[in-house]
Every structure is written in structure tokens, then in C-alpha cells.
Design a protein around this ligand. Structure first.
Ligand code: ATP
Ligand code: MG
Length: 370
């Protein structure tokens, strides 16, 4: 699977552009604030249905314009399909599959893509909600029913919190407690199972980037309940236990909306003790593990976006990382400076210049060195 064509119009600062790609490596080269991240964001949005950095559609539209669009052609197993997103100010986003408007849920084919962006370090050092968001997004991508559970849970949670604030009768509240226990159990089970799938890859990638002999662990921490054993029974017990406190604080204190994931290096929490470099390596390893899980579960190549990363890896780590992803899918990277020496096997690539939002293949250098 790879992106063979892309067309963008008024997406952030990117000038209207139409490009073709090979299944290998694409290097976006340009100074700061020229549009490199915007370009990758557009690919991420049209492929996965969400922006990696923005919740607000209007931010995606070029200042002074009314609408933006991103269209890609994806080649997969000898066939292709087109996917497009149109963002219009004041309206809902429109998704098109081979030119026909569809709802996101009815995508015929998935575009398998993962992206690493500098802000992903927030998954490691930010609040528990960022870690939950990462897991729920990665999980819903390969198992869409998970998103439906999360939405149902969020709706019930909001209702229950309203009732707690209004000091409603216990029997009214318990209807929502039951719904939280039911959907919550599914959410937690899914997350734990996904964690079990992800962790071996995460450990391998982290060791590859961060050091061979490190003791690395991941722990799933239940929000106010015990996440081991019979989850349903544990949640029921925890709700009973916290009833009085929930009534006095007027908020739901138990459940997967308060879970956390701890990453431990030599028994110490990364979030608190890790260096910037260690956290960055872990965030990157998470994304690479997400890629490995997709490959395994969906038996497909995965497109990889790596923003602002390449120049920060020393040649040894670059070699190790790129050895891992060689031949496993198309890769887009961004660089601000000269293109560093490419790792073995990656000597052929397409360079796109990015300047003031203009993407040029002029003086295109489809390089072959080595
Ligand atoms: P860096 O190397 O610093 O990461 P970059 O090339 O990745 O730079 P981008 O993050 O892509 O830069 O941003 C390029 C420019 O796009 C920024 O100067 C930003 O102000 C501008 N920009 C962001 N949103 C919009 C928008 N909706 N309309 C027009 N310009 C925008
Ligand atoms: Mg950038």
C-alpha cells in the first residue's frame, strides 16, 4: 500500500499542488515554518480521518480562504482507490471515496498510515488523557467497534455527571452506572489486549533506539479500580466504595476515563525521570510499535510519516530504525538542512523542496548514490 498521488488546495499554507510518488522514500526539505509539517498533517488527516494536532477544522483552511481539500490515490495490491477530504468553514467535513461522498464510518478501504510528530512526546510526558487518547485512537483504527464503545461511554459519563451535580435520586444515577460498567469493561479489556499486542514490539523498538540492556516495563493502571482479575466485579465494587465521595464531589471518580499507562525504565517512571532523548525514543517506539501491530493484524504495508526526526537521530540509530522499516512501506520524512547520508537500502528517494508553502519538484533530485 502506498500513496501514488496527492492533490492539495488551500490546506494551511500549502499552495495548490498535484504530485506523484513512488512506493519508496519521499524527503520534504525546507527551512523552518515553510510548510513541511502542514504537508504531513494533510496526509495524516486524509488517511486516518483526524488531524494529528488540531481539533478545529477552521484551522486547516488557508487564512483568507473558505475551503480546503486534500485528495490522495492509494495503490494497494494491484488496484487503487481515491480518498478525499473537503473542509469548509462553518460546515461539516465532507469525505469522498472514489469521488462519492460517504460518511467516515463507511470507508470501503482503509489507508494504513502512522505518523510521528514532535508533539508526540506529549504521550510520554503529558497527562494520562494523552496516553488514553493514543491507545484509543490506535486501537479504534484497527478495531472500529472500540470507538463506538468509547463514544457510548462518554455519553453515559456526561449524563451521570449531570445527575451527580443535580443531586439526583440513586436509582436514576444507577442506570448510568450500569452502562459505564458495561461499556467500561469492554473498553478496558480492549485496551489491555491491545497493550499486550503492542508491548513486545515497543520493547524491541525501544531497545533498538535506547539501549540493548535496559529493563523496560509497561503497566496498566485502573482509574479507581483494580485492573487485574474480574474487571466487571472490580468496577462494581469500586463504584459502591466511592458512592459517597462521588456524591459530595459531584463527579464520576471510577472508570476507564481515569486510567493511566505507566512506562517504566529500570523500575522508574519515564514521565518523571526520563531524559528528553529517552522520552522521544519512547514516543517514536510507540508509533513504530503501532505500525508493527497494523502490519500483523491487517497483513498490509504501512505508510510512515516521520516529522523532524531524521536529523536528530545519530547515524547508528538512523541505520537501526530504517533497517526496521525497509521494504515495509512508503516513508515520508522532513529535513530542514542538507539531506544526511541515507542508511543502507535507502539510496533512492525523491526530494521535494518546501518554501513558503510551495512544494517543488523543480530541479528534482531522484537520487541514486552509493
Ligand atoms: P519547522 O521546521 O519549524 O517545523 P515547518 O516547515 O514544519 O517548520 P509548518 O508547521 O508546516 O512549518 O508551518 C508553516 C507555516 O504555516 C507556519 O508559519 C504557520 O504560521 C502557517 N500556517 C498554519 N496554519 C495556517 C493556515 N490555516 N493558513 C495559512 N498559514 C498557516
Ligand atoms: Mg515542522
Amino acid at each position: 500500500m502506498y500513496i501514488s498521488r496527492v492533490k492539495m488546495k488551500n490546506f494551511r499554507n500549502i499552495s495548490p499542488v498535484s504530485l506523484s510518488f513512488q512506493p519508496s522514500l519521499v524527503v520534504l526539505q525546507g527551512g523552518n515554518a515553510q510548510g513541511k509539517t502542514n504537508f504531513l498533517e494533510a496526509l495524516y488527516l486524509v488517511s486516518r480521518g483526524i488531524s494529528p494536532r488540531s481539533q478545529k477544522d477552521e484551522e486547516l483552511v488557508r487564512w483568507g480562504s473558505e475551503a480546503a481539500s486534500v485528495a490522495i490515490r492509494v495503490e494497494s495490491g494491484g488496484t487503487w482507490f481515491n480518498r478525499e477530504v473537503r473542509v469548509q468553514l462553518g460546515k461539516k467535513k465532507v469525505w469522498l471515496n472514489n469521488g462519492h461522498p460517504i460518511t467516515k464510518k463507511r470507508w470501503q478501504e482503509e489507508v494504513w498510515l502512522v505518523g510521528y510528530f514532535p508533539r508526540d512526546i506529549g504521550i510520554i510526558e503529558g497527562s494520562p488523557s494523552e496516553r488514553r487518547h493514543f491507545v484509543d485512537e490506535a486501537l479504534s483504527y484497527v478495531k472500529p467497534s472500540h470507538r463506538a464503545y468509547v463514544k457510548r461511554y462518554e455519553r453515559a459519563l456526561a449524563q451521570r455527571n449531570i445527575l451527580l451535580r443535580e443531586h439526583a435520586r440513586g436509582d436514576l444515577i444507577s442506570v448510568y452506572t450500569e452502562e459505564l460498567i458495561k461499556t467500561g469493561t469492554c473498553i478496558i479489556e480492549n485496551r489491555i489486549r491491545y497493550g499486550e499486542l503492542l508491548t513486545p514490539y515497543l520493547r524491541d523498538f525501544y531497545r533498538c533506539l535506547g539501549g540493548e540492556n535496559v529493563r523496560f516495563e509497561v503497566q496498566y493502571i485502573g482509574g479507581g479500580y483494580d485492573s487485574k482479575g474480574d474487571l466487571r466485579a472490580n468496577l462494581e465494587r469500586a463504584f459502591l466504595r466511592s458512592e459517597n465521595e462521588e456524591r459530595s464531589r459531584e463527579i464520576t471518580l471510577v472508570g476507564p476515563h481515569r486510567d493511566d499507562i505507566l512506562f517504566l525504565l529500570e523500575g522508574k517512571e519515564f514521565r518523571i525521570y526520563g531524559s528528553q532523548g529517552e522520552k522521544k525514543s519512547l514516543a517514536l517506539s510507540l508509533k513504530m510499535a503501532e505500525m508493527a501491530v497494523i502490519r500483523k493484524v491487517k497483513n498490509s504495508k504501512v505508510i510512515v510519516l516521520l516529522d523532524d526526526l531524521f536529523s536528530e537521530l545519530d547515524p547508528k540509530r538512523r541505520q537501526l530504525l530504517f533497517k526496521e522499516i525497509l521494504g515495509k512501506g512508503q516513508v515520508f520524512i522532513t529535513v530542514t538542512d542538507d539531506i544526511p547520508q541515507m542508511p543502507e537500502g535507502w539510496e533512492e528517494y525523491l526530494v521535494l523542496g518546501v518554501q513558503g508553502g510551495r512544494i517543488s519538484t523543480a530541479g528534482e533530485r531522484e537520487k541514486k548514490n552509493g
